[in-house]
Design a protein around this ligand. Structure first.
Ligand code: PLP
Length: 658
């Protein structure tokens, strides 16, 4: 089954799309105002939209729109039409007057269904009805449907409620802005019991209708809500500030509003951020959001996606990709990273141990997962959770096969054969392959893939050795395939293999550090985005008098009165003690400052004598842009991999999508 969202903005576009999709089930959710300007009337827009259902067997639609109802019935009387909505003459509708704390009740033809819905605004409720009707039509059981509705996540930047500083609640709806979504957002405010409220609102873009009329309508909607403060951003809307009854301020852009400091003075209110994408008012969220942790590892998921896509762009479109999420996804958070990758259609995930795979399965990851280090006590778990082991020796092969037999698994269990080609870590050697293929013939196992690992793809001076490894892999995997009589997937390239030995991509590659924006090749590195930012804040600033000392064992002594800041990270957070005493630096206001004295367990001191305007509470960068992760790894005399996997679990991981 495929689900496609189809949108149009101009007349005559739908016919082309209908030709592509021919949907069996058509769902018409909502007739918005976004592109109305390109049509003569709403009726014309509806006529255009419903062309999509020319060949559909079933059409499900929001019947609260009378015109839609009339048009569909007139044009498609021979099809199965199902209307849903708030009005009782729909076939599917909400029962009225259900108290907020109780489940909502839906009348579905003759049947009553009840389920919880976390948000009760009109948009969420109608979406739930649409979903329910489609699932019913697909024949799902009620229990499954309720499960699915429960699993609906709030869409980011669309009416997301966040705890703010100064006891405010921030409603972030900065994804798009048109009249309908403004109505929905304003309605959403009534869900909250805050007496006072403020609004940030931008120009409405992409409408060429009469803007005076438009902003009159906007102001009427807004005035109904009795806001305390209204902040208008953009030239257009600012022209009409007089129309707003609240205390109203106007700004050219979002930065101007930030600089005005108006927002950070608001207390105990609900603040709605509603803007067109272009104005980037989600920046306001960063300022208004209550941060619960001073020291954080911030992981930018969209940067991971960028880096994956960059590596993909070097490969053939058919080459599969396995993402290595071993060791808690290089320290970043196994589930969060895997969930994101699954959403973006990664083909395979690779973990080190069975436990890591089990955690992912329990949290709903369904992508195939390879366990690189299947410990012998974990075979049963591997089978129970549908994980796929790396098989690197006869001993493991035999033991795993016994476990498969014992489990009663009745199909061919997928395994991955590791070949030794020069790394001298794990794997079958060339003289073992004949016996291997013979053994495999007798067993109810399926070789899903044959692979090996490059020891030095990141070391240009070892190119000859790497080519030799690749040659051995070509020969041995080829022989094994001949003897097996079928063709499993082959793969050998890790991240720097993808960029340096692209021709040897076979059917799949395994990306790890490249996903996180690191590459030994500076040209490649320039095209990747940095993913991880390790940040904290200054706890205290003191001026240490001339001749005094700082920290344990008095390792740093001042020769003049020196401004010293203490920050709440130490070696227990994963900062190696050996980068104290001016070996390592951290960044403040984009300047590098040295770590002075010995690093303590939970804290360290830095010399900020050279920079002005620093105050307690200011952000300190352990690594991200300045110093970079690579520079930080250099201070530690190690590689970026070790830095990332050493960051203590007590450092809060935060996921952003910039
Ligand atoms: C970790 C690992 C990778 C990924 O290596 P990167 O250098 O991070 O790309 C690939 N293959 C195997 C077998 C690994 O263990």
């Amino acid at each position: 089954m495929g689900i496609f969202e189809v949108g149009i903005s101009k007349p005559d576009e739908m016919e082309k799309l209908e030709n592509i999709f021919h949907p069996q089930i058509g769902l018409l959710t909502h007739i918005g105002t976004a592109h109305l300007a390109n049509f003569k009337s709403e009726e014309d827009l509806i006529n255009e939209k419903i062309k999509l259902f020319k060949d559909s067997e079933v059409i499900i639609y929001n019947g609260d729109n009378i015109l839609v109802d009339k048009k569909l019935k007139a044009l498609y009387s021979s099809k199965k039409l199902i209307s849903y909505g708030f009005k009782q003459d729909n076939q599917v509708y909400f029962k009225r007057n259900i108290p907020k704390e109780e489940n909502v009740v839906v009348q579905y033809f003759g049947e009553e269904l009840s389920f919880p819905v976390h948000q009760r605004d009109e948009a969420t409720l109608t979406n739930a009805l649409a979903l329910l009707t489609v699932l019913k039509e697909l024949g799902l059981e009620n229990k499954k449907i309720v499960e699915k509705i429960n699993a609906l996540k709030a869409v980011e930047m669309r009416l997301e409620a966040i705890e703010g500083i100064k006891n405010n609640i921030i409603i972030n709806d900065s994804f798009n802005l048109d009249l309908d979504s403004l109505k929905t957002a304003l309605q959403f405010l009534n869900e909250y019991n805050k007496q006072k409220k403020s609004l940030v609102l931008t120009d409405i873009l992409g409408v060429n209708s009469n803007s005076e009329e438009l902003y009159h309508e906007v102001s009427e909607l807004v005035n109904e809500q009795k806001f305390d403060f209204v902040f208008l951003i953009g030239h257009e809307i600012s022209k009409y500030s007089e129309l707003f009854k609240a205390k109203t301020f106007t700004f050219i852009n979002t930065q101007e509003l930030i600089d005005s400091k108006h927002l950070t003075e608001i207390e105990n209110q609900i603040i709605l951020l509603k803007g067109a994408r272009k104005f980037e008012i989600e920046k306001l969220k960063d300022i208004l959001e209550l941060r619960k942790h001073d020291t954080v590892l911030e992981i930018n998921l969209n940067a991971i996606l960028h880096n994956i896509n960059f590596h993909k762009s070097l490969l053939k479109p058919t080459t599969k990709m396995m993402a290595m999420v071993k060791a808690n996804a290089y320290g970043l958070g196994s589930y969060e990273v895997s969930e994101f990758l699954q959403h973006h259609h990664i083909d395979y995930l690779g973990v080190a141990f069975a436990d890591e795979g089990v955690e992912l399965r329990k949290k709903g990851i369904t992508v195939p997962i390879v366990v690189m280090n299947p410990e012998q006590h974990s075979y049963e778990t591997i089978i129970a959770y549908n994980l796929e082991p790396e098989i690197y020796s006869f001993r493991v092969l035999e033991l795993f096969y016994q476990a498969v037999k014992k489990s009663g698994y009745d199909k061919k269990y997928p395994i991955h054969i590791k070949l030794e080609t020069g790394m001298h870590r794990l794997g079958f050697k060339d003289f073992e392959l004949k016996e291997l293929s013979q053994t495999l013939h007798h067993k109810n196992l399926k070789v899903q893939s044959i692979f090996s690992h490059l020891s030095s793809s990141d070391v240009p001076s070892e190119k000859e050795f790497t080519l030799h490894q690749l040659e051995i892999f070509e020969k041995n995997s080829g022989n094994l395939i001949k003897m097996l009589g079928y063709t499993p997937v082959r793969h050998i390239l890790n991240s720097s293999g993808i960029t340096s030995y692209t021709n040897h991509q076979y059917d799949m590659v395994r990306i790890g550090i490249g996903m996180l924006g690191e590459s030994p090749n500076s040209e490649i590195k320039k095209q990747l985005r940095s993913v991880v930012s390790f940040k904290t804040v200054i706890s205290q600033i003191s001026v240490v008098e001339n001749g005094e000392s700082v920290g344990y064992s008095r390792k740093f002594k001042t020769d003049h009165p020196t401004k010293i800041a203490t920050i709440p990270v130490g070696y227990a957070d994963g900062i190696p003690r050996l980068i104290g005493n001016q070996v390592g630096n951290v960044g403040i206001h984009k300047t590098l400052v040295p770590i002075v004295g010995n690093i303590c367990m939970d804290m360290m001191m830095i010399n900020i004598d050279e920079i002005s305007n620093v105050k307690e509470g200011d952000t300190v960068t352990v690594f991200n842009a300045k110093p970079t992760l690579k520079e930080f790894a250099d201070y530690c005399k190690t590689i970026t991999y070790e830095v990332l996997t050493s960051i203590s679990p007590r450092v809060k991981r935060i996921y952003v999508k910039d």
